[in-house]
Design a protein around this ligand. Structure first.
Ligand SMILES: C[S@@+](CC[C@H](N)C(=O)[O-])C[C@H]1O[C@@H](n2cnc3c(N)ncnc32)[C@H](O)[C@@H]1O
Length: 434
């Protein structure tokens, strides 16, 4: 019997597995996948299936890469399979969570350190508040800040760096749940008075999160039990347009990623979501000194792809010919300036193409890319991001293999978003480079 082509194999995968990919919620995020609730996380089973199929196609001499790694869905799926991994994200909180997952994979002993942290919290009678940043008193009641400072001091006393990273991830989740900002949106948005979380609950929320994380880490260790030799994994905290990957020429690249849908401000504000945790976690324990990225609540979003409107019209002009669908989208009647929303789209797309070009040139040689994207609305039009992605990949010398689809019942976009509708379908485009 003739061997199926890669496109046929992917088609069969979609046919047999689409039901599993539609499962969302807690059940779909076992082991390390639920350590921190990060926005727009990928569905682990789907990405795992794609990795299995691509590794089966190219053989084990490969490295999985996720250039917009977020909280590390693809990282976890790679580690479970014992595959070497390289990741990148501009957001220090996302990279910290990835580092915590790598520490758990490496066998860090959490239990003893967790007991000391809990004991230290209980015996800490100090009422000092150890951080100060713009908005501290708006987002946290003074008593809440005192409780969080107790937890922070206790984690700082932990010697093992890997264990500390895991505890910071738990701390970040506690901050998200205990601040005066709503948890129903990724933006910083004050809770109503009757929804404020009492400071008396801070410690129990932390304890519960910690117990949950220890349990999840235990499940993960069972999953990889007996496989002592762990793969290499490294995650860069950097703008992907400038990161230097230590490319291993001998290895085929399997790039599995989900880029942002558009600029963070009008789609998903990963930076605002992370701001409070980044202000609380000591800079020396973050993957990079966050400095200007937390100089205000919007700084990280402005530094992300499409975050600046500066030179947007020129950027759009420079993109001519890269993607016919983008040319058509950005076409304005002669002499008329581009509306602001379209300039934002242009700026994002130009940044995104720069990122793709940098990735392609930094990781040369054989590669497969699997890009999961969604088509949103902006300026009253559908933005055909899937098609634009395909055309950009072709301009860079790639050959589109096929696309997979997943219906998307729950992925949330900011509710007061004049970009309008929810994204209802996710597309995963697979491209081959030889
Ligand atoms: C859709 S999310 C990835 C979510 C991830 N797949 C997960 O499952 O958690 C997109 C990510 O792109 C990152 N990002 C945006 N601009 C970036 C840039 N210039 N360089 C690197 N990462 C960037 C964001 O911080 C965000 O974490």
């Amino acid at each position: 019997m003739e061997k199926m082509t890669l496109a046929q194999q992917l088609g069969t995968l979609q046919q047999h597995r689409a039901g599993n990919w539609a499962v969302t919620g807690a059940r779909s995020r076992p082991n390390l996948h639920s350590i921190l609730r990060y926005p727009a996380m990928m569905v682990p089973t789907m990405q795992g299936d794609i990795i299995d199929l691509l590794v089966g196609h190219v053989g084990n001499e490969c490295r999985v890469v996720d250039t917009f790694v977020g909280s590390g869905t693809v990282l976890t799926e790679s580690l479970i399979r014992g595959l070497d991994f390289t990741g990148c994200d501009i957001n220090p909180l996302a990279v910290l969570v990835c580092e915590a997952k790598i520490a758990i994979d490496g066998g860090v002993n959490l239990e003893a350190a967790a007991t000391s942290v809990l004991e230290a919290i209980s015996s800490d009678a100090s009422s000092s508040v150890d951080v100060n940043f713009p908005g501290l008193s708006k987002w946290f009641a003074i008593e809440t800040s005192r409780e969080l400072s107790r937890i922070r001091r206790s984690i700082l006393d932990v010697e093992d760096q890997g264990a500390r990273k895991v505890f910071w991830a738990v701390f970040a989740e506690t901050i998200r749940l205990c601040s005066n900002s709503r948890t129903s949106t990724y933006k910083l948005h004050a809770r109503k008075d009757d929804a404020l979380v009492s400071w008396t609950k801070v410690q129990s929320i932390f304890r519960e999160n910690l117990a949950n994380t220890l349990e999840k880490a235990g499940h993960y260790r069972e999953l990889i039990d007996g496989r002592d030799e762990r793969p290499t994994a490294c995650v860069h905290c950097a703008d992907v347009r400038a990161v230097s990957f230590d490319s291993n020429e001998a290895k085929h690249t399997i790039l599995v990623t989900s880029p942002p849908y558009g600029d963070n401000q009008t789609t998903i504000p990963y930076g605002q979501f992370s701001y409070l945790a980044l202000c609380w976690i000591p800079a020396e324990d973050l993957p990079i000194e966050p400095g200007r990225l937390i100089s205000n609540t919007h700084a990280l979003d402005s530094a992300s792809l499409g975050g600046s409107l500066k030179g947007a019209t020129e950027k759009a002009e420079a993109m001519r010919g890269v993607s016919p669908s983008l040319d058509q989208l950005l076409d304005t009647p002669k002499g008329e300036p581009m509306v602001k929303e379209l300039r934002k789209v242009a700026s994002f797309m130009a940044d995104f193409y720069n990122a793709l070009s940098h990735i392609r040139h930094s990781l040369p040689g054989g590669a497969h890319w699997a890009f999961t994207t969604g088509n949103r609305r902006a300026a009253g039009r559908i933005i055909p991001f899937d098609q634009i992605c395909r055309e950009m990949a072709c301009t860079l010398g790639g050959r589109p293999v096929t696309s997979l689809q997943r219906s998307l019942p729950t992925k949330r976009m900011p509710s007061k978003n004049n970009m309008g509708e929810m994204i209802t379908t996710e597309n995963t485009l697979v491209v081959e480079f030889t």
